[in-house]
Design a protein around this ligand. Structure first.
Ligand code: SF4
Length: 166
């Protein structure tokens, strides 16, 4: 798999542009918030396809933005150890899934409300990531990111399945 990943061109140098574009378009028209689904599902689809954390290492606009701009202003301190524990990441992932599910139910299937909910969710998680990146290491968010944790869990299940079949 490693060889396969190395052959895929990385967009991390400039993918941050999509993050800015997402927020600008979302302010102009809340329907663009629906694009947040791409951000959520792409890492999972990659993991299901067996590409592990390809999204993180090659494509993620959020990770790209933190990597590009935060080193200049970050205090560059390590995250508190408890935040790097698996239980903490699992709580965050559960919280994210619960909040999104509640937001989807409240939207009643209205695309405008779904777009707004996604935009709000992305703004909150981005702000938390920004704050963590300033207070700790620039990519501190990536150490607790629910998407990364979800991707990791999917890859683990997939690998287990492949080992059982072998
Ligand atoms: S850990 Fe999260 S924010 Fe960081 S690169 Fe991966 S998906 Fe993006």
């Amino acid at each position: 798999m490693r060889k396969k990943l190395l052959n895929i061109h990385s967009h991390r140098e400039w993918a941050w542009v999509f993050m800015i574009l997402f927020f600008v378009l979302g302010i102009v028209n809340v329907y663009f918030g629906l694009l947040g689904f791409i951000c959520m599902f792409t890492p999972m689809i990659q993991a299901i396809k067996g590409n592990g954390k390809l999204h993180c290492s090659h494509h993620c606009p959020r990770g790209s933005l933190f990597m590009k701009f935060l080193p200049r202003i970050s205090l560059n301190r390590p995250l508190p150890p408890f935040m790097r524990m698996r239980w903490f990441k699992s709580i965050l992932l559960t919280l994210m899934i619960t909040m999104l599910t509640i937001a989807m139910i409240h939207s009643g299937g209205d695309p405008k409300k779904i777009g707004f909910a996604l935009l709000r969710f992305m703004t909150v998680s981005f702000s938390v990531g920004l704050l963590l990146g300033i207070l700790f290491k620039p990519q501190a968010w990536c150490q607790i990111c629910p998407m990364e944790h979800g991707t990791h869990l999917i890859s683990k299940v997939k690998m287990k399945g492949e080992c059982t079949r072998a």
